[in-house]
Design a protein around this ligand. Sequence first.
Ligand code: SF4
Length: 254
Amino acid sequence: MTKIIQPLDIYKKLPRSNCGRCPAGSCMAFAVQFLRRMVPLSECREIDEHSKLAIEEMLSDPGDWKERRFKELFDEISAGGFSSVARDTGAVVDCDLLKIVYMGREIVLGRTGFKDALDIMDRLLILMYIKQAGSGGLSGKWAAFRDFKDGLIRSESFHGACEIPLAKMFERSREGTIKRLTALGAEKVKGYATEHSYVIYALPKLPLLVLLWPGDEEFGADCKILLDSTATVFLDVEALLYLGMALVRNIKGD
Ligand code: SF4
């Protein structure tokens, strides 16, 4: 069976100096982004040839784990019928089609797969959410990623792969970022520490509070992403990290 390469496997081959000279900003965030194909290996400024080769070798037969996982999940979900799994997730079953709103867009899932072209990670996240079949209401209380069980060890990755890229995007183009967020269904909200506060429902029961601060002469722009305190009822922490990364990718329009 082909081993699934995890960010930690890549991290162990990186210099681990956290020099901050790559777009990811830290070695762990780089490992996550590299596996997500968001940064090429050449962006690591300190890696030596030996480690580069070791990583390339490691990836030479990765198998397509995402496609495999997608097929497994899809088979499990469709075998039991959509009605049994969609209950209480916010998805709707209509004439043997499952409809769910993801990043502001209605996505339709039929017996043979998704009706629209979607990135594999987006498809996986939707299926993971449906498979987890979390139920219950939202708490209305926002929580930081690190506050969830097992969130602390991945919080640096969440910051490097989700909050830093969004802050940089906002710094480059304030209007463009807000326009993209709004196009994904984000709504401006009041009462938070910055006037640039938006709530976006990545999935029906997974709202994200995106707080953006413009930079000034002294400090660069900043971003904080909070989740409803019930978030792990609907997706596990690892998947929430991928959800944050998917948000960044969808805002970028990749
Ligand atoms: S450039 Fe390389 S060593 Fe420096 S933080 Fe990024 S991944 Fe780590």
